[in-house]
Design a protein around this ligand. Structure first.
Ligand code: 6GU
Length: 228
């Protein structure tokens, strides 16, 4: 997969790509990520990329021309499955969206800033808009890094243990069950006997029950009745 990230703060977003799972995906050659500084496509010699909004109101709006130039330069070179705009006024990212995106070949991610982008950018270039939750961040960069992490770890070969992404929370509309490791007793706190029993069908049953319990308790909104 190739990911092109268009941003006004390349430095803010680069660090997560230099560590951990995302780095592993890049080092293995499974994913490549390119950063594009929107200022390089600014409309004057100062790299102007934003302006006041028509009709008045606080906050600067990213202009259409620099974004057009940047996206057009990319689209001229290859075709893209999606042009994603990161913005709080969009549908919230979930596991299903991450799963779908993980099979894309090429994607562009545009990160907003200030008051956002000129609406015509969203209408003409953007094919998918994603928010990461119901709160406002200063810019879309951190949100884009989160999206990339959620997607990249799902690409086959990126995680060492192929099955582990499939047993994540949310993959079956359930939160993950509790997990334990050694020692089996610590300061009188015991690991549930069932996990030490060696009875794997029973252990799976217990895990499923615990996952349903936890989901009912904490996130009844995601609980799918077919899982009960
Ligand atoms: Cl994608 N961007 C910003 N600026 N704030 C957010 C967000 C995105 N998702 C949630 N809050």
């Amino acid at each position: 997969m190739r990911i092109d990230i268009i941003t006004v703060s390349p430095e803010l977003i680069k660090s997560p790509f230099e560590h951990s799972i995302i780095k592993r995906g890049i080092d293995k050659g499974i994913v490549e990520v390119h950063f594009h500084d929107l200022r390089n496509y600014g409309i004057n010699k100062y790299g102007k990329i934003d302006d006041y909004q028509f009709g008045g109101g606080a906050g600067m709006v990213l202009m259409i021309e620099p974004i057009d130039k940047c996206i057009s330069a990319l689209v001229d070179q290859r075709s893209y499955d999606e042009v994603i705009y990161m913005t709080p006024d969009a549908k919230t990212l979930n596991q299903q969206t991450a799963n779908k995106l993980s099979s894309a070949k090429n994607i562009i991610i545009l990160t907003g800033h200030y008051k956002g982008v000129d609406q015509r950018v969203r209408e003409k270039f953007v094919t998918k808009e994603i928010s990461i939750g119901d709160y406002v961040l200063s810019g879309g960069e951190l949100a884009a890094a989160i999206l990339c992490d959620a997607v990249i770890r799902l690409i086959p070969g990126v995680l060492g243990d192929e099955t582990s992404a499939l047993t994540d929370s949310f993959q079956d509309n359930l939160l993950a069950p509790p997990v334990y490791t050694r020692p089996s007793t610590y300061k009188n706190m015991k690991v549930p006997d069932i996990l030490l029993s060696g009875n794997f069908p029973k252990i799976e049953e217990w895990r499923h029950e615990e996952a349903v319990k936890r989901t009912k308790n904490i996130r009844p909104d995601i609980l799918n009745t077919t899982n009960e």
